[in-house]
Design a protein around this ligand. Structure first.
Ligand SMILES: [Cu+2]
Length: 371
């Protein structure tokens, strides 16, 4: 977990006044291979969502080459409390794939591994990258192959990445779990609409995914032996555009109960929310978005005080909220049928002191007095 204190230490280490790259990288001349080779390199170990690998909010150094490695994992995954099985496809073994964090001007260098044990070709399209189908054209790997892609992080924000191996394989791989998000922070960190610094104490990554699980003649969800086995039936359900499940982080209940996200009163949490295929509308019940980059792009000032925000299919957004009351907060897709019936609900468990000024039960429930 990355803290505000670490962010401030990072800023202090940078001497604050130290020159940092503030010009958009896309406005500068292309760097030569020799210049890129001279940059420092850093390896990042990715972690499974909703958690996010350690990172600086304010960059304490200049641009670097940030090295990531992601294996592609095809595996059956349980997606609800009834044991319904998805023939899952994942980046790094989780749905969604991990949140990757770099700064503007950094180079992302990804080694994408398709192990021999897999059955299908895969690739990766980064919405943050420029050219080559977002990298999709340069990363198609068969089982038993790996590939290394480098792209320059020229625009700040939260951007989806997903598999896009061509034709109907594209939506099939995406709705089978092959999507994630990269967050490219401004080198000097997040800012509000006045250009003042914003920081977070905690960050969580929620990747929403709808599933299309075929049913048998009795209406029960079918289980398949393999991805290939499930393909034709799944495509038929997909073409109906009526999902059987709409979930956060790969399964109903993946972020509720014992798996709830946590925070303390007074802490500021950055919630990154992606949907690679379909629109959604996150809402924190009993809370708000203090600052929301609905489109997820930090070059635009954040909207303030939102009740519900809109995440376009194929994008990721970010909401910053300081918790003011303790309790269990439900964080939902505010299509409430999708939240309650289909699974798109998460929980935040927040500890701290209740503030009567903000809310108080002035009188407990009781009988209605007779005149
Ligand atoms: Cu794929």
């Amino acid at each position: 977990m990355f803290t505000r204190r670490q962010a401030l230490l990072g800023a202090a280490a940078a001497g604050v006044l130290a020159p940092v790259l503030t010009m958009p990288a896309r406005a500068t001349a292309p760097a030569s291979e020799a210049e890129i080779a001279a940059l420092p390199r850093r390896k990042v170990t990715l972690v499974a969502p909703p958690f996010v690998h350690a990172h600086e909010q304010v960059a304490s150094t200049g641009p670097a080459v940030i090295e990531f490695t992601m294996p592609i994992v095809e595996k059956p995954m349980v997606i609800d409390e009834d044991g319904t099985m998805l023939q899952g496809m994942t980046f790094n073994g989780s749905i969604p794939g991990p949140l990757m964090v770099v700064h503007e001007g950094d180079y992302v260098e990804l080694t994408l591994i398709n192990p021999e044990t897999n059955t299908m070709p895969h690739n990766i399209d980064f919405h943050a990258a420029t050219g080559g189908l977002g990298g999709g054209a340069l990363t198609l790997v068969n089982p038993g192959e790996q590939v290394k892609l480098r792209f320059k992080a020229t625009r700040t924000g939260t951007f989806v990445y997903h598999c896009a191996p061509g034709g109907p394989m594209i939506p099939w791989h995406v709705v089978s779990g092959m999507h994630g998000t990269i967050m490219i922070l401004p080198r000097d960190g997040l800012k509000n609409e006045k250009g003042e610094a914003l920081a977070y104490d905690r960050i969580y990554y929620i990747g929403e995914n709808e599933f299309y699980i075929p049913r048998d003649a009795d209406g029960n969800f079918k289980t398949y032996e393999s991805h290939g086995d499930s393909y034709a039936d799944t495509l038929e359900v997909m073409k109906g555009l009526v999902p059987t499940h709409v979930v956060f982080n790969g399964a109903k209940g993946a972020l509720t109960g014992d798996n709830a996200m946590t925070a303390n009163v007074g802490e500021t949490v950055l919630i990154v929310h992606s949907q690679a295929n379909r629109d959604t509308r996150p809402h924190l019940i009993g809370g708000h978005g203090d600052y929301v980059w609905e489109q997820g792009k930090f070059a635009n000032p954040p909207a303030k005080d939102l009740e519900t925000w809109f995440i376009r299919g194929g994008s990721a957004g970010a909401a910053l909220y300081t918790f003011r009351q303790p309790g269990i907060y439900a964080y939902v897709n505010h299509n409430l049928i999708e939240a309650v019936e289909l699974g798109a609900t998460a929980h935040f468990v927040v500890e701290g002191d209740w503030n009567d000024d903000l809310m108080k039960q002035v009188e407990a429930p009781g009988p209605i007095p007779l005149n």
